[in-house]
Design a protein around this ligand. Structure first.
Ligand code: HEM
Length: 363
């Protein structure tokens, strides 16, 4: 499918904040289906393209984001630390030591999915099912994407019905009430938001923990440095977000009018992806961009996006990564990768950037 890719840091940052690069669900669906048809591809779009904050422009965006903003502030998220630590400890306790273990399967996947399921009020017992659906949504073939989208929508419609009848103390119940209270959230938006939170809430964080552990383990001294000096952790997480960004490109935007970026004019009704991972390695912005430097002055990376769609879950993602990588480096200072670099495989995806598996030996 033909898309424009914005790859330099300054252009990327400007594009993310440019209101002429639009996101509203109706326009986006129209632009995507036109381009898919042009490319001779199936044009059906999954439930991820139902309206939600990431597929909206103001004023809808502001309304949809406000409904959840309170629940994801740094302060609210800090209150989750003991629970995140308990889940992490339980998962890490179950990992074998001294023999190869897949860090994605054992920790990077189950931690964020468990946390987001608990927040949303989705039974954790269904997490493997959600993993399969969610992987199809971001990286499946067109047929699998649509089948999983339909199955997940059916699941949520049923769960939303139960929350409506018997609301609990969870985010999905709160959104269900905002839907039935009046016009704060339409039924379509409720479903879109459930999809968004579940997918955004875990695919990405799996990659931060996986890519982060990988980048640290490529130089065993680096991993040991965090064992010896855990105060480096918060800065290290920022550097890992920059160095091997969990989200390769932004989600799509479309041009409502011709838009000039750098020396290029992008015509109206075209699709644009902002290459976050590329921008984060731009030598005009970051010195020695291809090196991991745990002491690099922080800030400025675009791994969580920029502007009004800046990641709502950034404090939660940072907390989960800090707790996970903190516990691993504390307990297992001599950990190593269990396979040669060339044997590691990344997920094939235009948007997500992460490993299918990360075999390590914990020691
Ligand atoms: C938006 C990255 C974790 C929820 C975004 C965007 C990026 C991003 C790049 C903006 C996309 C764009 O402008 O096209 C990440 C990364 C994560 C992560 C790298 C982990 C390392 C989370 C988590 C949640 C979450 C844990 C959970 C609740 C959202 C939501 C939006 C968003 C709701 C849309 C915000 C809006 O449109 O106003 N994220 N995310 N993300 N993220 Fe995350």
């Amino acid at each position: 499918m033909p898309v424009w890719v914005v790859s330099r840091y300054a252009d990327a940052r400007a594009a993310l904040a440019d209101p002429r690069l639009r996101k509203d669900a109706v326009g986006l669906r129209a632009a995507l289906t036109a381009k898919l048809a042009e490319a001779g591809r199936p044009t059906e779009l999954s439930g991820l393209f139902n309206p939600h904050m990431l597929n909206s422009d103001p004023p809808d965006h502001s309304r949809l984001r406000r409904l959840l903003a309170r629940d994801f502030t740094a302060r609210r998220v800090a209150e989750l630390r003991p629970r995140v630590a308990a889940i992490t400890t339980e998962l890490v306790d179950a990992l074998p030591t001294g023999e190869p273990v897949d860090l994605i399967d054992g920790l990077a996947f189950p931690l964020p999915i468990t946390v987001i399921c608990e927040l949303l009020g989705v039974p954790v017992a269904n997490r493997e099912q959600f993993r399969a659906w969610s992987t199809d949504l971001v990286a499946g073939s067109p047929e699998r994407t649509m089948a999983s989208s339909g199955a997940m929508a059916g699941y949520f419609v049923d769960l939303i019905g139960r929350k409506r009848a018997d609301p609990g103390d969870d985010l999905l119940s709160a959104l269900t009430l905002a839907n039935s209270d009046g016009d704060r959230l339409s039924g379509e938006e409720l479903l879109g938001t459930a999809f968004l939170l579940l997918v955004a809430g875990h695919e990405t964080t799996v990659n931060l923990i996986g890519n982060g552990a990988h980048a640290l383990l490529r130089d065993p001294h680096r991993w040991r440095r965090l064992h010896d000096d855990p105060a480096l952790l918060p800065g290290a997480i920022e550097e890992l977000l920059r160095f091997d960004s969990p989200v390769r490109t932004s989600t799509p935007r479309f041009t409502s009018e011709p838009v000039d970026i750098g020396s290029t004019v992008i015509p109206a009704n075209d699709l644009v992806l902002v290459a976050l991972g590329s921008a984060n390695r731009d030598a005009d912005r970051f010195e020695r961009p291809d090196e991991v430097d745990l002491h690099r002055p922080q800030g400025g990376h675009l791994a969580f996006g920029h502007g009004i769609h800046y990641c709502l879950g950034a404090p939660l993602a940072r907390l989960e990564a800090e707790v996970a990588l903190g516990l691993l480096t504390e307990r297992f200072p001599l950990t190593s990768l269990a396979v040669a670099e060339g044997e590691l495989r990344r997920q094939p995806s235009a948007i997500m950037n992460g490993f299918r598996a990360l075999p390590v030996v914990l020691a």
